[in-house]
Write a protein that binds this ligand. Structure first.
Ligand SMILES: *Cc1c(COP(=O)(O)O)cnc(C)c1O
Length: 392
């Protein structure tokens, strides 16, 4: 008899595990593997944030449990950030909740909203956590089609009347992982209108809200008039401030939903370590120049790789945000076939688009998470590849 629940047994295998296993094997053979598969910043956390953590960690008052919903200081910093950056008013006492990273919040929000059998609209391609969380809640993921030829905006018209009717929750993510797609506020206006017309809760994952380039500024769904009636938004310091390991994020928006998540979480966890919340508050209250400096680095890397790929005949839409290039595989290759070729013949790990849903076929995701020098080496290796494809 197995002690493992069906829920866990039925989880899909960890998508990147196979590539990581082969990475270890190749490294053992002395191959200089360059990993562009990991969707996380390589840049360090800004110094002023680390200094604030170090200072607060020394104060015994900070060694106690945090309030369940997060410290007042952190929630007020999130409110102030939304007011300053988006012109949006939020009540820190009722409309904001601290999270132990937004991944935790997304998974638990789905538990707090979805009863077994209920349907969730999930973007395809999209962040794999959405689907697995819906599965763990006993819900059903319904593919939200995205316009692959037109900036990956949602195609609400392509949903059947039956799917529109049974959907309870819809997930969106811009700037997007994996497609690097960005949108303007009108897409959120449409999404909120869809929510209102079809009685669907909208949850926007804004993990890359501040990771943008070339003068583009990502909108917040909360900027849509009356968005709070229909929407919540997740934010994270992981990508913008290079704080993945710190585990700190937040949810804002609809009071009933934020409080439902707070109720669930108060039974599961006791929020994040206070010094981490205080350091994160300092980051959010800063002038964001540290974020701008990191964005410049990502933009330079993106331009370099974009140009090299183009020269090699590998086409990508030039992104305005995120830390990814989402590139077409050359003719004659599948996503997995081309990712394998990149690893076997160039020693470069990229992620096959199908890791993010069936609509990712024909694409690879390349993370901009290594130094310019290493990217120059990637470019040399791509130039040396024979790209005459064979369908496998
Ligand atoms: C990285 C990422 C997250 C998770 O971020 P954490 O706050 O570190 O949990 C959520 N959504 C997307 C799309 C991401 O890429």
């Amino acid at each position: 008899m197995s002690f493992v629940s069906d829920k866990v047994k039925d989880l899909p295998p960890y998508l990147f595990a196979e590539f990581q296993k082969r990475k270890t094997e190749l490294l053992a053979k002395g191959v200089d593997v360059i990993d562009l598969g990991i969707g996380a910043p390589d840049l360090p956390t800004p110094k002023f944030v680390i200094e604030k953590l170090a200072k607060e960690a020394k104060d015994p008052a900070n060694h106690r449990y945090s309030p369940y919903s997060g410290s007042q200081e952190f929630k007020e910093a999130v409110a102030e950030f939304y007011q300053r950056h988006y012109g949006v008013d939020l009540d820190p006492d009722t409309e904001i909740l601290a999270l132990i990273g937004s991944k935790e919040g997304i998974a638990n929000l789905i538990q707090a909203v979805i009863n077994p059998g209920e349907a969730v609209l999930v973007p395809d391609p999209g962040y794999p956590v959405y689907r697995t969380s819906v599965h763990l809640a006993g819900g059903e993921s319904v593919r939200l089609p995205l316009d692959t030829k037109n900036g990956y905006v949602p195609l609400f018209d392509h949903l059947s009347a039956a799917d529109k009717k049974r959907a309870k929750l819809m997930l969106l993510n811009y700037p997007s992982n994996p497609t690097a797609a960005t949108i303007h506020l009108d897409t959120f206006l449409e999404a909120v209108a869809f929510s209102r017309e079809n009685n669907v809760l909208l949850a926007h994952d804004a993990a890359y809200d501040l990771v943008t380039f070339g003068g583009y500024k990502a909108p917040s769904v909360m900027q849509v008039p009356n968005a709070k009636e229909w929407a919540v938004e997740f934010g994270s310091l992981s990508k913008s401030f290079s704080m993945t390991g710190w585990r700190i994020g937040y949810i804002v928006g609809n009071e009933t939903i934020v409080q439902a998540l707070a109720t669930l979480k108060s039974n599961l966890d006791t929020s994040q370590f206070l010094p981490i919340q205080k350091a994160a508050a300092t980051a959010l209250k800063s002038d964001l120049s540290a974020v701008a400096a990191n964005n410049k680095t990502y933009e330079l890397r993106m331009e370099k790789l974009y140009a090299a790929l183009k020269k090699a005949g590998i086409y990508a839409e030039k992104p305005k945000g995120s830390i990814f290039l989402w590139a077409h595989v050359p003719n004659g290759f599948t996503s997995v076939g081309f990712a394998n070729k990149m690893l076997d013949e160039a020693g470069v790990i990229v992620t096959p688009g199908t890791a993010f849903g069936p609509s990712g076929e024909g694409f690879i995701r390349i993370a901009l998470s290594v130094s310019t020098e290493r990217l120059e080496e990637v470019v040399r290796r791509i130039e040396a590849l024979d790209l005459q494809g064979v369908i496998e």
